[in-house]
Write a protein that binds this ligand. Sequence first.
Ligand SMILES: *Cc1c(COP(=O)(O)O)cnc(C)c1O
Length: 404
Amino acid sequence: MSDGMPIYLDYNATTPIDPRVLDAMMPFLTSAYGNPASKSHAFGWQAEAAVETAREQLADLIGASTREIVWTAGATESNNLALRGAAEMYRDRGQHIITCRTEHRAVLDPCQHLAEAGWLLTVLDVDPTGRLDPQQVADAITDQTVLVSVMAANNEVGTLHPIAEIGAVCKARGVLLHCDATQAVGKVPIDVQTMGIDLLSASGHKIYGPKGVGCLYVRRRDPRVRLCCQIHGGQHERGLRSGTLNVPGIVGFGQAAAICREEMPDEAVRLAKLRDRLHHGILDGLDDVYLNGHPTERLPNTLNLSFAYVEGEALMMRLRALAVSSGSACTSESREPSHVLTAMGVDETRINSSLRITLGRYTTAEEIDRAVDEIVRGVTQLRELSPLYELARKTQGHAASRET
Ligand SMILES: *Cc1c(COP(=O)(O)O)cnc(C)c1O
């Protein structure tokens, strides 16, 4: 905080670039400026070699082969290419798509667009922890279904879906599975083979790489997935995504993936410990705090809590020393309460009192202890001003004294 900035606890929104990633990118922002499509000179070959190294790094992280990785400008574009590309390619086979209510807007909006263009769309509900049951997917598949899209990990509450089981259901019925794994990749093990994933989206800036770069995994065997290209141009990326490649971005994304692969086992343990320290610290200092998301099947870095009797916007104002996010309507871009918490059956009051706290590579124990202090103090102060809280204390007090 020496620079006057709050403590950053919003790693699911974006992450800073790791200095090792910047080091890898630097030559490609300066002297190594060739276009990988230039096949006739050393500048082009140098750029192409770097892009292919990055492809290997991404493929290694998710158990794919290099020819299955397509570079994009981020997970939003990857999701659009997967959903629209597959829907258009297989429209003669059937026009039914299945997704889930807690997906990111970058999945829900393209699905909605397809529904408006005549596709039949099923949007599955989740349980109160935000989880989908594979049986729901099995029950929703018809002979018209061509594609199921389910995220690996939710960005707001961190809940992990049983992707391997959903993958097995899809495989058994000959339906493609797209997985928006933007939050899962680099945080928890993801393997497209064992999980039966046919299309997978990932993004650089969620894993300590740069913004504006992402990739789509497109399965080439068992089955070979084909997509209708969405950006036409110079036939880059085997015709799937035209446009001169963002070489420095791709190199950084690759390096970021390699670091995650190396450090994930230890880092996941470290983050889960810090997250639990945060959670327990808050529970020690406050009552009426509720966890949003699955208690165990959850990203190691994600904690989403609701604080009863507290209003979200007021709480955010008190927590100026922390960079966190909230599910409340007042603080969200859409001015609507979180669609994820709504889908989980959380009532609006509780949504408006929710905080999403997400930890990352540069989070320290000292920062967590400061965050506990800030949150406990902020919530306590607001509750002291709340007539509802006072009333609840009194009636609970009566109940307790009657019991004894
Ligand atoms: C951040 C995010 C996206 C969007 O990724 P961009 O690369 O910023 O377009 C999509 N899905 C999920 C789950 C995300 O967390």
